[in-house]
Design a protein around this ligand. Structure first.
Ligand SMILES: Cc1ncc(C[n+]2csc(CCOP(=O)(O)OP(=O)(O)O)c2C)c(N)n1
Length: 283
């Protein structure tokens, strides 16, 4: 990186609040997503990123409103398609820091297929999933991560009786290059982890326990249940998977840092203009 690029790309004088837009969040009081917004702005400041070089892409849901609250570029996309938009953007503009954000419904239900393939492709971006184990925006239906006996789901009275999806193990098995769990109830604890996720090459998955106390009051307890994981970060995916399969889901930290090379953006054929595009499609 030459010096002029470095000067343009970094903004050492910015503090966390400089990354916030003037738009006031419409989240309910007590929503864990407030913590994520705070952590993310602190990470962007810690990394001294120029807001003009950051794009935050989301799908649809309460959590997916996050780009509106940031002073970076943003795109509030289509339900379940945030990762596809983020991938396309990163491939077209490798110079940008691409952060994709959204909920468990957006990412693991309607967007589940894209989640698998984003892990597998390993394009250099960070995926922050605010998991409240339900669909918040549509008023409290069960999601893929809901506990089987959560009896108040709007469409599943008495519970889903289905095994919840395990995002981190699925992410690991699919090839994600960085796996971490943080909590929306501990924003400061999440900052170094989100910063490291952004720094780490390839596809980084940050799973956030982000309570929705409007539709599941029991999640008020999460604040007391989370703790730092006692195991060190490993680069052994099997070891990380075994740990994650047996923990209770409340251990926080960077659980896996892989060394897969990210998808090579430079080998993509670039398009210089409409003529170049037409040439590529000519038969
Ligand atoms: C194609 C499509 N299907 C369904 C919906 C309705 N819908 C909007 S948000 C949402 C779920 C959001 O849940 P989640 O991603 O967990 O986010 P949260 O609101 O809990 O943060 C659904 C089903 C939609 N907008 N588009």
């Amino acid at each position: 990186m030459n010096l002029s690029m470095k000067t343009e790309n970094t903004c050492p004088s910015l503090v966390a609040k400089d990354y916030r837009s003037d738009t006031k969040p419409v989240w309910c009081p007590g929503c864990g997503d407030f913590g994520v917004l705070l952590s993310l702005t602190k990470s962007l400041a810690e990394l001294q990123l120029n807001p003009k070089n950051v794009a935050v892409i989301s799908g649809i849901g309460c959590s997916s409103r996050i780009p509106a609250y940031l002073n970076t570029f943003g795109f509030h996309g289509v339900h379940g398609r945030a990762l596809t938009i983020g991938t396309g953007l990163k491939v077209a503009r490798p110079d940008l820091t691409v952060i994709v954000a959204g909920g468990d419904g957006d990412g693991f239900s309607i967007g589940g297929n894209h989640f698998l393939h984003a892990c597998r492709r390993n394009v250099d971006m960070t995926y922050i999933v605010m998991d409240n184990e339900l669909y918040g925006m549509t008023k409290g239906q069960a999601s893929p991560t809901s506990a089987p006996d959560w009896e108040y789901g709007k469409l599943t009275p008495g519970g889903t009786h289905m095994k919840p999806f395990h995002p981190l193990v699925v992410g690991l098995a699919s090839g994600a290059n960085f796996i971490a769990r943080v909590s929306g109830t501990n924003p400061n604890g999440a900052v170094p982890i989100i910063s490291e996720a952004i720094r780490h090459p390839g596809f980084s998955l940050v799973h956030v326990l982000s309570p929705c106390i409007t539709f599941n009051r029991e999640q008020l307890e999460w604040k007391k249940m989370v703790r730092d994981a006692v195991v060190p970060t490993t680069n052994d995916a099997g070891k990380a998977a075994r740990y994650l399969m047996s923990d209770d889901g409340f251990n926080l930290g960077i659980l896996f840092k892989g060394d897969r090379l990210p998808y090579d953006l430079k080998s993509e054929k670039t398009v210089d203009g409409p003529a170049d595009l037409e040439a590529q499609f000519s038969v």
